[in-house]
Ligand binder design. Structure first.
Ligand SMILES: Nc1ncnc2c1ncn2[C@@H]1O[C@H](COP(=O)(O)OP(=O)(O)OP(=O)(O)O)[C@@H](O)[C@H]1O
Length: 539
């Protein structure tokens, strides 16, 4: 959204004013009415984007008010600059200027062609038309035969005047010649107020089309393929007039009525547009040809500036106040400005290719997203496995610890056994040492076997327990090795119940779990055996 730019320009006084007369004072961007003694009139002070006093040149007005619109028009934005004010206040002077000080139209034309020459990456097509609205009829100023033209509206062209001559131009000089031609056909008339009064509203229009120059045939990714079309309107309105002042009659009176009526409709449109969007309701653009043609410039898609010209004389104070009020309302209008682009079939095709390329990139981007998610999942899994591994390592350590404790326990038992044996067998014969050795071996075997057992089984290794009622020695391996098993009879020779009782000091080892080494082929313990150990140990 962009506000309309509004400026006020005070023309030089036509005749010397009395020093006691009320006058307008310009300070910065404010204009205020003062009485003869210099005291300001309350409620008659106004501020605008710019206020130009009588010494201001057209050059400065152009620089501050119009130059941006012209630049934007070359870039594809619609633009409108128009002069509004009572008759003889300086509208035509501002738009057309003089020989020494060319007006806005002349400067705009020069500027456009300069900018086009500088935009080397684009090619331009400029069309010019010039029309007037005279007595509410549209006439072509470039072709006199084209009279009473009609306004049409289409999706493609927007609001346009059908049958209007559009001249394709290549230079500023060519355009200025066309303007001169149009000026000849324009309706001027002499009134009491102005020797050469505009009796019509004139609209000088330039349509600027541009398209990026193609660098190569495969350069389909260029975003400048669309054709930009902008419409620039430079409007010189007829001045509102008081019939009593202009002394109009006859043709002039009729003209004056039409002028005033269309300016009133313009005022109504501005009034409505200056209200909030909710209150404004219907905008009466269709009530006059002027507002219909200027519709895009008023609250539509165009950069717009209005220069309100005022006469400084005391005699015109009321008209000047009216113009300033109009300007104040116009200041509140906002337009919605955007570049106008037209896509040819070729440009459309190229743009679609560009879009597909962009979508492909996006798709690739989203695929990368999927991969990233997968990597994240894998990382999570790895973390889980790591935690599980640590847990298992801790369990293993626990296992080892309990295993060490079991080993310790076995060693203690063995030591206890050794001690008891030394008591039982002290000073005894060879047989007792043999028995001692066998028991030791058994315990060692048991100890080594317990290494390969689970924790529960390990605790079934020999331990001390109360003496059972009867002595039982279980030799589970005998059945598997019958050929070499020691004979129970031989064992009985010394391992009777009493002996074991003595050996274990009231306790017996639970031999259920004792692993008896693979048996040697012996019938009985010899009376003199050097090493009665199993082949397992001797091997
Ligand atoms: N800023 C200015 N500096 C010098 N002369 C000016 C200026 N503005 C207007 N004039 C002169 O005042 C006279 C009236 O100006 P102009 O014709 O531009 O008024 P207008 O608003 O177009 O009037 P109308 O509505 O009747 O066509 C002209 O002679 C013009 O040269």
């Amino acid at each position: 959204m962009e506000k309309i730019c509004v400026a006020v320009r005070v023309r030089p006084a036509a005749s010397e004013e009395s020093p006691n007369a009320a006058h307008w004072k310009v300070e910065s961007n404010c204009i205020s009415l003062h009485r003869s003694l210099g005291t300001p009139v309350s409620g008659a002070s106004y501020a605008f984007d710019h206020v130009f006093d009588q010494d201001c040149t057209n050059s400065r007005v152009y620089e501050l008010l119009t130059k941006d619109i012209i630049r934007a028009a070359v870039d594809g934005f619609n633009g409108t600059a128009f002069a509004y004010g009572q008759t003889s206040s300086g509208k035509t002077f501002t738009m057309n200027g003089s020989e020494n000080d060319p007006g806005i139209i002349h400067r705009a034309v020069d500027d456009i062609f300069q900018k086009i020459q500088m935009a080397t990456d684009r090619e331009f097509l400029i069309r010019v038309s010039y029309m007037e609205i005279y007595n509410e009829e549209i006439n072509d100023l470039l072709t006199v035969e084209n009279q009473k033209l009609q306004i049409h509206e289409s999706l493609e062209r927007g609001i346009f005047v059908a049958g209007l001559r559009e001249e394709i131009v290549n230079s500023a000089e060519q355009v200025l010649k066309l303007i001169q031609l149009g000026e000849v056909n324009r309706h001027f008339g002499e009134t009491n107020m102005n020797a050469r009064s505009s009796r019509s509203h004139t609209i000088f229009r330039m349509v600027i089309e541009s398209k990026g120059k193609e660098t190569s045939s495969t350069d389909y990714l260029s975003s400048d393929d669309a054709v930009r079309v902008s419409v620039l309107n430079l409007v010189d309105l007829a001045g509102s007039e008081r019939i009593a002042k202009t002394g109009a009659g006859g043709v002039r009176l009729k003209e004056g009525k039409h002028i005033n009526k269309s300016l009133m409709v313009l005022g109504n449109v501005i009034n409505k547009l200056s209200e909030g969007a909710k209150q404004r309701g219907h905008i009466p653009y269709r009530d006059s040809k002027l507002t219909r043609i200027l519709q895009p410039a008023l609250g539509g898609n165009a950069k717009t500036s209005i220069i309100c010209t005022v006469a400084p004389e005391e005699v015109h104070v009321e008209e000047t106040k009216g113009t300033l009020k109009f300007a104040s309302r116009a200041k509140r209008i906002t337009n919605c400005v955007q570049v106008n682009e037209i896509l040819t079939d070729a440009a459309l095709l190229k743009r679609q290719k560009l879009e597909i390329e962009e979508l492909r990139k996006k798709l690739q981007g989203s695929h990368a997203g999927v991969l990233e998610q997968e990597i994240l999942n894998l990382r999570n899994d790895m973390l889980k496995y790591e935690l599980e591994r640590e847990k298992l390592a801790m369990e293993l350590e626990e296992e080892r610890k309990s295993h060490r404790e079991r080993g310790q326990c076995i060693r203690e038992q063995q030591m206890g056994l050794d001690n008891s044996n030394s008591v039982v067998f002290s000073g005894s014969d060879t047989n007792s040492s043999q028995v001692q050795e066998i028991v030791k071996q058994s315990l060692q075997e048991e100890s080594s076997e317990s290494h390969s057992m689970g924790q529960e089984d390990a605790f079934k290794t020999p331990t001390f327990k109360p003496v059972p009622n009867s002595f039982v020695v279980k030799r589970s391996h005998y059945s598997r090795q019958p050929e070499y098993s020691p004979l129970p009879g031989a064992f009985n020779d010394f391992a009777d119940e009493d002996t074991w009782l003595k050996m274990n000091k009231g306790y017996i080892a639970d031999l259920d779990s004792l692993h008896i080494t693979p048996a040697r082929k012996v019938q009985s313990f010899p009376s003199s055996v050097e090493t009665p150990v199993s082949s397992k140990f001797s091997a």
